[in-house]
Ligand binder design. Structure first.
Ligand code: SF4
Length: 217
């Protein structure tokens, strides 16, 4: 378990970060993350949206509702349990603003690089046993250069090797598509079948971690 004081200090430091404002990428910084020192599962998204930036909580609004429904299919009893048991963060931690197409702007490589040390420190402190990777930027960070349909439905170790849900490697990586609905990827029946498979595999891992967490808490 992470040291709660050290984690609180890290959250305070991330919460005060204005690097992207100073570099001219953002007009305002409002870092978003949530989690507890005893979390053994971590979810890494792309970047918070406008609603998340106001509420300062990850995965709110429509995307959050879709994601929470997926998490319940993956074995969590409720949204409350997800938010208590899963450390939730993202590749960049501030709302990047709207893009030209109407959706949220994809953070640039430079912004990702500026924010990377925050995620590195979160990973080093939490030492998650399970990493749920939501959306393209999270996939690129941990499993670069692979099409979505070769990721969703599979489980990987940190080296990028495909493994079974019973592998001893930690953390296990489970990629999911982004729940925003901006992508049409989930419109294809074969891709929805991949999501079903991903959630079944996630369920097998989550069940063991929730049991262990409850027993060991
Ligand atoms: S996105 Fe990351 S690096 Fe940029 S201001 Fe927010 S917390 Fe800091």
């Amino acid at each position: 378990m992470a040291n709660p004081t050290t984690l609180a200090r890290l959250h305070h430091e991330i919460g005060a970060c204005t690097l992207c404002v100073e570099a001219g990428y953002l007009t305002a910084a409002a870092p978003v993350l949530s989690g507890y020192a005893d979390n053994r599962m971590m979810l890494v998204g792309q970047a918070p949206g406008a609603v998340e930036a106001v509420r300062r909580l990850p995965f709110q609004g429509r995307s959050g509702n879709v994601l929470m429904a997926w998490m319940e299919r993956a074995g969590f009893a409720s949204e409350e349990q997800v938010r208590r048991r899963v450390y939730m963060t993202s590749i960049t931690k501030c709302f990047p603003g709207k893009g030209t197409g109407g959706g949220d702007r994809r953070p640039s490589r430079a912004e990702v690089d500026l924010c990377r040390p925050h995620l590195d420190r979160q990973l080093a402190l939490i030492k998650p046993q399970l990493l749920i990777l939501v959306g393209g930027l999270a996939h690129e960070r941990f499993l670069p250069g692979r099409p979505l349909d070769t990721l969703v439905g599979r489980v990987f170790d940190l080296s990028g090797r495909e493994v079974s849900t019973r592998a001893r490697a930690r953390p296990l990586l489970v990629p999911l598509p982004h729940p925003s609905g901006a992508s049409r990827w989930l419109n294809a029946p074969e891709n929805r079948a991949l999501l079903d498979r991903a959630l079944r595999r996630l369920r097998a891992i989550v069940r063991g971690l929730l049991d262990g967490q409850l027993a060991g808490a």
